[in-house]
Design a protein around this ligand. Structure first.
Ligand SMILES: [Zn+2]
Length: 294
């Protein structure tokens, strides 16, 4: 065999040996990493453990890999009084996560759907309409205030002078009103027929307004429904996005006495649909949920 060919064969054999050695070395490194298992978890793995152990867990520096192998119970930080739970702690979820629900124009607020005591609606403004003198709660959500202005303008052009009396009420304010009504009507049940418990009032949404007229001496009374102004409101409010929220004969459903003075903004489209259905808002929502595919 010529020397040239011998050298070539030797080079090929050497190359093969080098390649085999490299593969062996690579496998050895891989096995070493694998053996470390959970101890070598990435920071993402640590994060997962932190989420599962709940917000009460104070994450460490990440230099304690053995923690990831311990059962959940042992991860409770020393000194923590909170019970360890896998459930997320609701109180720790920031309010920003739910603004659209509570500020939704279509929100249902009644005796079973309460607003939190600290809820204050967005964009409160004073509508540019005549108010009964001394009216203190004169704010509304901007959308509702704009619609109220259009409604009062058109009513006036048609010969009906409306006056606003009470719009947005703070939770604490509603509490005072309710307590006064307990004294006035003699029991919580009776007071609750004529006024809402705090958190259960539509006035806290900034989407409701109590309106009245000179014909009933600017009071909030059932007689308003029989005045020309009250009749005009009942027939036209939906065209501006309002409904009469507590109609006559529906006390068992709404939970409140007939209130021809209390209008609630839902936006023109929804208000028109509720008005033409002849239903209370509770009934309308129930029916809409049942006939979702219609
Ligand atoms: Zn009202």
């Amino acid at each position: 065999m010529p020397l040239k060919i011998k050298l070539r064969l030797l080079t090929i054999v050497l190359c093969i040996v080098i390649v085999v050695l490299c593969i062996e070395a690579y496998n050895a490194i891989q096995e070493d990493i694998y053996d470390k298992g959970p101890k070598a978890q990435s920071p993402e793995g640590d994060n997962i453990v932190i989420i599962l152990s709940g917000p009460s867990y104070e994450p460490g520096t990440g230099t304690e890999p053995e923690m990831t192998q311990k059962p959940m119970e042992t991860q409770k930080p020393v000194g923590s009084k909170k019970p360890v739970s896998t459930k997320p702690d609701r109180t720790q979820i920031p309010n920003e996560e739910k603004p659209n629900d509570l500020n939704d124009i279509a929100i249902l607020v009644n005796k079973t759907n309460e607003l939190p005591s600290d809820f204050v609606p967005l964009n409160l403004v004073k509508p540019d309409v005549p108010f009964v003198s001394g009216a203190k709660n004169n704010l509304m959500r901007k959308e509702a205030a704009d619609a109220l202005e259009r409604m009062f303008d058109d009513a006036r052009k048609a010969g009906f002078s409306l006056y606003a009396l009470s719009g947005y009420r703070r939770y604490d304010n509603q509490k005072q009103i309710f307590n006064k009504n307990i004294a006035k009507y003699g029991s919580i049940e009776a007071a609750n027929m004529y006024s809402a418990k705090p958190g259960q009032s539509e006035h806290q949404t900034g989407l409701a307004m109590d309106i009245t007229s000179a014909g009933v001496k600017f009071k909030l009374t059932e007689a308003f429904g029989d005045t020309p102004e009250g009749k005009w409101v009942a027939a036209n409010a939906h065209r501006y996005g309002f409904i009469l929220r507590y109609p006559k004969g529906k006390e068992q459903i709404t939970g409140y006495a007939y209130e021809p003075w209390h209008i609630r903004f839902l936006g023109e489209e929804l208000a028109a649909r509720v008005y033409h259905s002849g239903l209370t808002y509770e009934e309308y929502l129930d029916k809409a949920a049942g006939n979702f595919n219609d």
